[in-house]
Write a protein that binds this ligand. Structure first.
Ligand code: BGC
Length: 248
């Protein structure tokens, strides 16, 4: 079975039909640049361009980089335009797409669902936490494979700051930190804090940095949980969005 997945990110809006049996894209994905400011209207146009590129007319799952309740309503928008807050994104996107059924899901939750089913978290029981270290920090918490949605662990307080401002990949770039310094100080401290709260068996590190795991994972020490990079990398959000739309 195929469902369309779209991932709304800080720099790009990417999508493709997803083969739900394989957990992979059924066609090469199409990407348009995220408009700035990333208002609901402008982003909806971007999503439409991506979907129209494939002439898709079936159900669609869409990720959003903020809290999303009931597959529809946006509650927070830390790294996109504030005017998203309280928007019914399902209604907005559905209408823009000519009435196609749309399900909206938090981006990290989508990536987590895909990783638990097809990637680094496959067959893992107990408490598993996926963290995406990107522009912000996204989190997905699983207990025996079941998602607790919208955990927002990127906004824990760390050294008196919003954690994502200290330990995201953007923080590393903004402050010109070496991979080693970022990993050994910022990421380690953040993981230790999350570990103190949840004692997970496994951390899965996602986001763009998962491709560069060899540069930073060796510098993270003193965490009891196993730490592994995500496996679906850039496609986890698209695959997970389609899975949520299919009822996973
Ligand atoms: C948002 C999360 C999102 C994460 C990654 C955070 O700032 O609050 O909802 O998952 O960024 O995009």
């Amino acid at each position: 079975m195929q469902i369309f997945g779209v991932d709304i990110g800080g720099s790009g809006i990417k999508g493709a039909p997803v083969d739900l049996d394989k957990g992979d894209l059924a066609q090469e994905r199409h990407k348009v640049l995220t408009p700035h400011p990333a208002t609901p209207d402008a982003v909806a146009d971007g999503v439409k361009q991506v979907v129209d590129h494939f002439g898709w007319t079936g159900p669609i799952g869409v990720t959003f980089p903020g809290v999303v309740t009931d597959g529809a309503t946006i509650r927070t928008a830390a790294n996109v335009d504030d005017s998203w807050i309280d928007t019914d994104a399902r209604a907005l996107l559905g209408e823009r797409l000519g009435g196609l059924p749309v399900t909206v899901v938090n981006d990290a939750d989508a990536a987590g669902v895909a990783e638990m089913h097809f990637g680094a978290g496959r067959d893992r029981r107990g408490t598993v936490i996926l963290l995406t270290l990107g522009t912000g920090i996204g989190s997905a918490l699983f207990v025996d494979g079941v998602l607790v949605p919208n955990t927002e662990l990127g906004h824990l307080e760390l050294d008196g700051h919003d954690a994502e401002k200290r330990a995201s990949s953007k923080a590393r770039e903004d402050h010109d930190m070496t991979w080693e310094h970022w990993a050994a100080h910022r990421v380690t401290k953040y993981l230790a804090h999350v570990e103190m709260l949840f004692s997970p068996e496994l951390f899965i590190i996602g986001g763009g940095v998962s491709r560069k795991a060899h540069k930073f994972l060796p510098h993270i020490e003193g965490i009891k949980a196993e730490i592994v990079p995500a496996q679906l990398q850039n496609n986890a959000g698209i695959v997970g969005a389609a899975m949520r739309a299919a009822g996973h």
